[in-house]
Design a binder for this molecule. Structure first.
Ligand code: ATP
Length: 302
């Protein structure tokens, strides 16, 4: 079931066009990532969906929202740089946040205890937030964002500022939470998106350049890379490989011939057949798939 529908959304800041006429919709229960380089418009989209920014044009519709209902009841939002009162303990902070969300003191207490467990920081509940690690702060921020049981949780770059341990903790938490709610999060790292999201929206300069599942993207963009080392005459073999139908590009770097191709099986076949027939002096043949980051660069720079 569709939970959110965005139609022809645009946002301009004093003549700067940050989001340009984008449309998409989400099905409930999915985890969707907004991916794009710096300045692509991720934060602007999230802030607009959260009701913190007014669109210049276009429409955001939450299908579950009753007329006159407050959008904030449906959404939990964790900004890229959340601000905490570092002198408060984690528990005090959540109780305070729950009371701001109109829970009674007793309910707030119960919800805070539950969420401290849920996000895995119960042991540190009476420690001051100033003493928390980056990963713990981020988990506390997520607990605060879901204090009022929203249907849609939006996280702006939730793992970008974390070290590998903190990053792992938060990605695991997101993996668990996505069973309970729809999650939309932004990142500029494709491998994070690959790990937790079901669907991706790839942005460049305020526009959606690709949308769909990671598998779809892989099929469309992933290229193979072959590295070859020859005993001699590198240039000669480069010219030969260049003319093969499956090969996209070749270049020589530090004594190695780097070859890219869309169809790895076909490329390997063409090279190895020629090598066998003409007895090429190959001393090394390495086959790699391009990394996710290579793929990201390809999509955003297209
Ligand atoms: N308050 C503002 N006033 C003017 N321009 C802004 C403002 N906020 C963002 N922009 C511009 O809008 C564009 C999109 O910015 P936005 O922060 O949404 O991108 P982003 O993808 O979240 O980037 P990052 O990864 O750096 O956070 C950029 O060109 C940015 O400079």
């Amino acid at each position: 079931m569709t939970i959110l529908k965005v139609t022809n959304l645009s946002k301009e800041y004093d003549g700067v066009s940050a989001v340009k006429n984008i449309s998409f919709e989400f099905t409930s229960g999915k985890c969707i990532s907004l991916i794009g380089p710096n300045g692509a418009g991720k934060t602007t989209i999230l802030r607009t969906l959260a009701g913190l920014l007014k669109p210049s044009s276009g429409k955001v519709t939450f299908t579950e929202m009753k007329q006159q209902a407050d959008i904030r009841l449906l959404i939990g939002y964790l900004p890229q740089h959340p601000v905490f009162y570092s002198w408060m303990t984690g528990k005090e902070f959540l109780v305070y946040s729950a009371q701001l969300a109109f829970l009674t003191k007793e309910e707030a207490n119960k919800r805070a205890e539950y969420l401290l467990e849920r996000v895995g920081i119960a042991e540190a509940k009476n420690k001051r937030i100033g003493k928390y690690s980056g990963g713990m702060k981020q988990r506390l921020g997520i607990a605060q964002a879901i204090i009022h049981k929203p249907k849609l949780l939006m996280l702006d770059e939730p793992v970008s500022s974390l070290d590998p341990i903190g990053r792992r903790e938060v990605l695991i938490l997101m993996e668990e939470l996505k069973k309970e709610m729809t999650i939309l999060f932004s990142t500029h790292i494709l491998s994070d998106a690959d790990e937790v999201s079901d669907e991706l929206l790839l942005l460049r300069d305020g526009e959606i350049v690709e949308a769909g599942t990671m598998d779809k993207l892989r099929r469309k963009y992933q290229t193979a890379k072959i590295e070859l080392v020859f005993q001699n005459n590198l240039e000669y073999y480069k010219d030969k490989i260049d003319t093969m139908p499956a090969i996209t590009s070749t270049n020589i770097e530090r004594g190695k011939l780097h070859v890219t191709a869309a169809d790895i099986t076909q490329a390997r076949k063409e090279i190895l057949q020629a090598a066998a027939v003409e007895n090429w002096p190959i001393t090394d043949f390495t086959l790699n798939r391009a990394s996710l980051e290579d793929m990201f660069m390809k999509v955003v720079n297209n």
